[in-house]
Design a protein around this ligand. Structure first.
Ligand code: ASP
Ligand code: MG
Length: 522
């Protein structure tokens, strides 16, 4: 099958997602004295991911980065849970629901030991260490109670799942704050439930920016004015009524830009364990290289189509305010990293990077049973949106009312259920299945700028792939400005990435100009 798909969903999604962050009223900034704004120091939000706070040795590196950064500018720090902790907490919640209290308790004990070990390595014995040790103990006791009630009910509500999985950030923030204070850097742990006001969509909440802005001004600005660095829990927020929510897995990046936009920061830096945004996943493509500068839109496309370095929603809050976002490596802080800016690198036209959703699914809806049913495409996309599935590609063949949606495999089940519900009435007279799934595919996406100006980009990729015996099941290139996607069998994804990376000379294209001409001359 060689379908030709329209790839508009990504672009449409982008417009839709940015909308809530557009300010339709006068910015709150006008309420503040001009003097204060004109004398304000450079403000930078720094976010540290799970591996950056993975143990005491890593946290020491983080402290050094914060200490140096605080000499240059005001800082707001956002932290993730220590690496692996959120996964373990979700496992605890799942085991509790299944009634296995023993397993849940064991995981919690191990996690507690991990945090106690880090605390002891970072802080000398004394009242401060005792205070944080007490806090850690209280948080685990609370979590035990949540797990116990989940086990009794035999049911894990989305709200409870959020509460249990939020523990990691609520532990790491006080740990980093006390470690900083011990090094003489004034800091205070702040729970993001006091700052980030969200809707009530547990597991993938979105912020209400006006309320968030007010809370950040009230809670964080005074700390900044006193020279105290707030250490904020990433990943979590709360509804207006104070019910804890989470922003989705990997959501601490999103927390950082939400706070950056709310405080009108000058810059956001995401500190992680890779050198920046790369031209491809280096585990799959060894010649992948760091991209020095990339536009918001290109970076958002990369994140949307599976690049794990950024949470897909990260850039939405900062786009309108044109706040630059850096991605840098905590473990190689001398490297410049990637700068994400409104326009990217001015001179760049063409393919810039590859990304892949290795675990994807192709959902097909329709056939004779839906013939004559109006607006199948619109209803299918709305059904997917209703369960917050990101549709990576979509196509429609009008002659037989066939709709094909490509989604991440993890979203396939809930999307299929939503589609079955939506079309149940239309299909009720027919026993035949009207929704089917192929979960053995992967999607490769080429991201760049003005791709339509590069001659034969899709043809070149398909030709090269077929030379390497990779069958392209479907392609999608919409208006071809920013992305072109290819569906292949999952087993072929690495070959497909290596081949396309070579064909578009991506390791050469992203080098600085001088070294590029040398490399191309070789
Ligand atoms: N700790 C959360 C997670 O693992 C959020 C994050 O790390 O950004 O998903
Ligand atoms: Mg992360």
């Amino acid at each position: 099958m060689n379908l030709n798909m329209g790839n508009e969903p990504a672009a449409r999604q982008l417009e839709k997602e940015v909308e809530p962050f557009l300010e339709h009223v006068l910015p709150l900034r006008s309420g503040h004295g001009d003097a204060r704004w004109s004398t304000r120091r450079f403000l930078r939000v720094m976010k540290f991911g799970g591996t950056s706070v993975g143990d005491a040795a890593c946290i020491r590196k983080v402290i050094e980065i914060i200490r140096r950064g605080s000499a240059e500018s005001d800082l707001v720090v956002v932290v993730s849970a220590m690496s692996g902790v959120t996964n373990q907490l979700i496992e605890t919640a799942t085991q509790s629901e299944a009634g296995d209290r023993g397993c849940a308790t064991k995981i919690l004990e191990d996690l507690r030991a991990q945090h106690d070990t880090a605390l002891k390595a970072l802080i000398h014995p004394g009242p401060e260490r005792d205070r944080i040790a007490r806090k850690i103990r209280e948080l685990f006791e609370q979590c035990e109670r949540w797990c116990a009630s989940t086990a009794v009910l035999g049911q894990l509500t989305p709200q409870m799942r959020d509460s249990i999985s939020s523990l990691g950030e609520r532990l790491s923030a006080p740990l980093v704050a006390v470690a900083l204070a011990a090094q003489g850097v004034a800091s205070e742990a702040v729970d993001a439930t006091q700052l980030v006001v969200t809707d009530g969509y547990h597991g993938a909440a979105d912020p209400k920016m006006d309320l968030t802005r007010e809370r950040c001004e009230a809670r964080l600005r005074p700390l900044l004015q006193q020279g105290v660095i707030p250490i904020v829990t990433g990943f979590i927020g709360a509804t207006e009524d104070g019910v804890l929510t989470t922003l989705g897995r990997g959501g601490s990046d999103y927390s950082a830009t939400i706070l950056g936009a709310a405080l009108e920061a000058d810059e956001v830096t995401i500190w992680t364990d890779v050198d920046g945004m790369l031209t491809a996943d280096p585990h799959l493509v060894p010649s992948a290289s760091t991209i020095p500068e990339i536009s918001y839109r290109e970076a958002a496309e990369l994140a949307y189509f599976g690049a794990k370095v950024l949470h897909p929603k990260t850039l939405y809050p900062v786009m309108q305010k044109r706040i630059p976002v850096w991605i840098r490596n905590t473990f190689a802080s001398e490297k410049a990293g990637t700068k994400i800016t409104p326009g990217g690198h001015a001179a760049s036209v063409g393919a810039k990077a590859l990304t892949a959703v290795s675990e994807a699914a192709l959902i097909t809806l329709g056939g004779p049973v839906l013939s004559g049913v109006p607006d199948v495409v619109g209803r299918a996309l709305a059904a997917a949106a209703s369960v917050r599935t990101d549709v990576l590609m979509s196509c429609h063949s009008p002659s037989c009312n066939h709709v094909c949606l490509a989604v991440a495999a993890a979203s396939a089940q809930k999307t299929v259920e939503a589609l079955r519900r939506e079309f149940a009435r239309d299909a009720k007279h027919d026993g035949a299945e009207h929704v089917t799934v192929d979960s053995t595919v992967a999607i490769l996406t080429v991201v760049g700028h003005n791709l339509h100006l590069v001659r034969g980009i899709v043809g070149r990729a398909v030709d090269e792939l077929s030379r390497e015996n990779v069958n392209v099941i479907a392609t999608a290139h919409g208006s071809m400005e920013r992305n072109a996607s290819f569906v292949v069998a999952r087993k072929d994804i690495q070959t497909a990435l290596v081949t396309t990376h070579r064909e578009f000379q991506l390791c050469v294209l992203n080098l600085p100009q001088e070294s590029r001409s040398e490399a191309q001359a070789l």
